[in-house]
Structures are given as C-alpha cells and as structure tokens.
Design a protein around this ligand. Structure first.
Ligand code: KIV
Length: 260
C-alpha cells in the first residue's frame, strides 16, 4: 500500500472512488486501522468524550491533541493523518499557525478546524499546512447550537453551501460534513472541487468517517442515528474494519437508516 496524500484523495474524488476514514487515538488502534486499508485516520477531539470521559470536546487541550497525534503517527505507515485543532486553539491567525505547527511536528499530515474561518485557513495554507474544513454540526459549538442537532435543514441549507464555497476558496483540501440532510450533502459534494467526508451526511459524500469506538460498538449513552456497530455483525475487530472499508467503497454504508 502506498502513502495516502492530499493528491491521492483529490484523485479519488475525480475517479469517484469512495474515501474511508476512522478516528484513532493510540498507536495500536491506528496500526490496525491502517493495516485494514483505511485511507485517512483522524485524531479527533472526540477523544475528549471517548478517552477522557468528558461530556463534550470543549475541554480538550492542544497538548493532549499533540500527545495523541504523536501516538497515532507511530502506528501508521500509509494512511493520511489528520489532527483536530481543539476548541480555543485557532481564535487568531497567529494562534492557529502556532497550534498547527505543534500538531504537524507531532506527526499530523493535515489539520482540521470547525467553521468557515477563511482568514485562518488562508494563512495555514500559505505556510504549507494542509487544512480540512468541518461544517454542519460543529461539536465545539454545541453550546451555541443548544445540543447535537441536525444542521442545514430548510433555509439553513444556503448558509452551509455558502460556507463550503468560502472554505474551498480559502484553500482547504478536504471537508468534513457532519449531520446535515443527505440531499444537501449530495448537492454540495457535486458542486465543490474538493473531497467531502460525511458523518451523518448520507451516501453521496466522497467518503465516510466514523468514531472508531462507535463502529466497534463501544458507544456510551445516546447512540446517534449515523452510528453503525460493525463489530456486532462481523465478530472480530479485523473483520469489522474490513467490513467498514468494503461497505463504504461499495456505497452500502451509510444506508437510509443511518442518514438524515
Ligand atoms: O472529533 C472527531 O472525531 C470528529 C469526527 C466526528 C468527524 O471531528
């Protein structure tokens, strides 16, 4: 397997090959995900919830993200590694540049940030730091949204499209779409030039991401509609990872039951 780069992902969109992405927070799970042929590994700030037991991603610090990114990078030999910029670490251009440098030095190949922060994205790209945008439901803005609720319904769809175009214009090379109606995600994916990775955004995105713990059935509390337990069906972690890759590539996941 060759190294996955931003060029590989762009070509996948052009060839209509679906992109697979899972989160990982440690070297062992990252190695298993990598060996299963997953294209992209996201060191998500979801680690605040699944590793640290917090009720949101907001308490996660930059130092913690750098620690987990370093662990993940050690286990990976071919996947592209994305690290989340945590809440409060990209409020100004200067701060975003300094935070991203720490994550890139820890082993990330790309950083992800929530929202259409055009100036910040432009500055990062100008310094050679690839950026993944994140639109729709933004977990770091859960207090503003008043909960983990589907975004982009009805008239709000126009806002998501506008934000997506702004993020692309600013130079982002990948875009996560979280919890938006499938129809909107499909329209947006067809309109923009960069690959989209959906989570609760339907089968027409260019790729799919899930939190590793969720797809292995380790979900505590409320299970979101888009979560599928692949381990329950396949019986082993290796088989669950292989089934995820196969179902995403063949557009069997997500089905309507796991979409909005
Ligand atoms: O932190 C995370 O795991 C994420 C995914 C839900 C996309 O941002």
């Amino acid at each position: 397997m060759s190294q996955v780069t931003v060029v590989t992902l762009q070509k996948a969109k052009e060839k209509k090959d679906k992109i697979t992405c899972l989160t990982s927070y440690d070297a062992t799970s990252a190695a298993l995900v990598d060996q299963a042929g997953v294209d992209v590994i996201l060191v998500g700030d979801s680690l605040g919830m699944v590793i640290q037991g917090e009720s949101s991603t907001i308490p996660v610090t930059l130092e913690e993200m750098a620690y987990h990114t370093r662990c993940v990078a050690k286990g990976v030999s071919h996947a592209l590694v994305i690290a989340d910029l945590p809440f409060g670490s990209y409020q100004t251009v200067t701060q975003a540049l300094a935070s991203s440098a720490i994550l890139m030095k820890a082993g990330a190949n790309m950083v992800k940030l929530e929202g259409a922060f055009v100036e910040v994205i432009e500055a990062l790209v100008a310094q050679g730091i690839p950026v993944c945008g994140h639109l729709g439901l933004l977990p770091q803005s859960v207090n503003r949204f008043g909960g983990y609720v589907v975004q982009g319904k009805g008239e709000e769809a126009g806002l998501v499209l506008k934000q997506a175009n702004a993020v692309v214009e600013a130079g982002a090379q990948l875009l996560v779409l979280e919890c938006i109606p499938s129809e909107l995600a499909g329209t947006l994916t067809a309109q923009i030039s960069i690959p989209t990775i959906g989570i609760g955004a339907g089968v027409d995105c260019d790729g799919q991401v899930l939190v590793l713990h969720d797809m292995l059935g380790m979900t505590l509390g409320r299970k979101a509609r888009f979560v599928k337990d692949f381990l329950a069906e396949s019986g082993s972690i290796g088989n669950a990872l292989a089934q995820f890759v196969s179902e995403v590539k063949n557009q069997q996941f997500p089905d309507k039951q796991h979409s909005y």
